[in-house]
Design a protein around this ligand. Structure first.
Ligand SMILES: Cc1ncc(COP(=O)(O)O)c(C=O)c1O
Length: 396
């Protein structure tokens, strides 16, 4: 089909040409004498993206799932208790990983469409007088439902109770797109992947770890090898890696971090918020329901949209894909067939959002979903034009 393929899934996200070019290089010697001159500033600048001074960044050839595994395997022992909540496919999978590692997981089941239940966490932590809970898990942005949770709120509870549990955050679909503050929120392990806010191909787990979690690692007894932070620390201190790094992806990561810092994190976050608000305006105008149950849960990187009763969301997704070359996210797990997802993260502007929204309209009309053609696109145009105009006036 002629023309660009549209990629409106919540990761992989669209890859900027600058990043492609940065990776269009000959393969290189990762033991070259000048390799540390490339890696050490990269580690330093990545800390800015996590908003940390004291945390340590690790780069594994992996995906986000490996980042989860690294968090658990490096800091905990068999039978340790962790507190988690499940409200979508990714929070569910992280719990499954913990259970497969032989951890005892206190799981709070939450209706899909809401996020981390602060009240529930409070109750479990208050009841945990002997401090058996060693880690508290938070999926910052549940990519299945388009729900963002309050990490700072969890930190506040831990502080108020003086509870020593570590705070682990899955930031795979939030970090580098939505505000994330490692130090201020007292996060002990933050997990990101290369294919979302970092705008790269899949292949890197980008993890940031607090000194407290590194210390816990000294006592932790779960087996670890590939993801052992201690091996990374030793090699990274010299600017190298304990095994062959994904050097080409690291070249791309350098360009990604440059782009993020040049735009400014604040601007990156507000761009995501504005574009996401445009998408939400469109969904409302279509008369459809967003999975996130209220504005406090809205995600600025992905919107999960229910199709009306009697329609199959997969028909919309397939029609968008086969007729219009547009990839939308599928409904995961129990949302399959009921919802589709619009990803709006990474390297994205108004036109790319409009392309996705118009693609959704074309596909929905083709399969007979009732709505007024142009209603959603029109609402987004109004929102994006009005807010763009206000921004230009404010900048003058
Ligand atoms: C919130 C979240 N956590 C974890 C993962 C798993 O990451 P990966 O697929 O890169 O292993 C994903 C993937 O989409 C995700 O969205």
């Amino acid at each position: 089909m002629p023309g660009f393929k549209g990629l409106a899934v919540p990761g992989p996200s669209n890859m900027p040409f600058r990043i492609r070019q940065a990776m269009d290089v000959a393969l290189e010697d990762h033991r070259a004498p000048d390799f540390p001159q490339f890696t050490q500033p990269l580690f330093g600048d990545l800390k800015k993206v996590f908003q940390t001074k004291s945390g340590q960044v690790f780069l594994f050839p992996s995906s986000g799932t490996g980042g989860w595994e690294s968090a658990v395997a490096n800091t905990l022992s068999p039978g340790d208790k962790v507190l988690a909540s499940v409200f979508g496919q990714f929070s569910l999978l992280w719990v499954d990983l913990c259970q497969r590692f032989g951890l005892e997981v206190d799981v709070i089941d939450v209706e899909w469409g809401k996020g981390v239940p602060l009240e529930g966490y409070l109750q479990h932590l208050v009841a945990d007088k002997e401090h058996k809970i060693k880690a508290v898990l938070v999926t910052h942005n549940e990519t299945a439902t388009g729900v963002t949770s309050d990490v700072a709120g969890v930190r506040k509870i831990l502080n108020e109770l003086n509870h020593p549990a570590m705070l682990f955050v899955d930031g795979v679909s939030s970090i580098a797109s939505i505000d994330f503050r490692m130090d201020e929120w007292g996060v002990d392990v933050a997990v990101a992947g290369s294919q979302k806010g970092f705008m790269l191909p899949t292949g890197l787990a980008v993890v940031c770890v607090s000194q407290k979690a590194l210390m816990a690692g000294e006592r932790a007894k779960l087996p670890r090898c590939f993801f052992d932070y201690r091996d990374m620390i030793k090699a990274n201190a010299q600017g190298y890696f304990p095994y062959t790094p994904a050097a080409t992806l690291l070249r791309g990561l350098r360009a990604a971090v440059d782009m993020l810092l040049e735009e400014g994190l604040e601007n990156v976050f507000s761009r995501h918020n504005r574009l996401a608000s445009g998408v939400r305006a469109a969904v409302e105008a279509w008369g459809l329901r967003i999975c996130a149950q209220g504005s406090e849960w809205y995600s600025d990187t992905v919107t999960t949209v229910f199709v009306p009763e009697g329609f199959d969301a997969n028909d919309v997704i397939k029609t968008a894909y086969f007729r219009y070359d547009l990839s939308l996210g599928t409904g995961l797990n129990k949302l399959n067939g009921k919802a589709f997802r619009i990803g709006h993260l990474g390297w994205l502007n108004e036109i790319m959002v409009m392309q996705a929204l118009c693609g959704v309209e074309l596909a929905m009309r083709d399969v007979g979903v009732p709505f007024e053609p142009g209603a959603g696109a029109g609402a987004a145009v109004r929102y994006l034009s009005d807010t763009g105009q206000a921004m230009r006036i404010a900048a003058e």
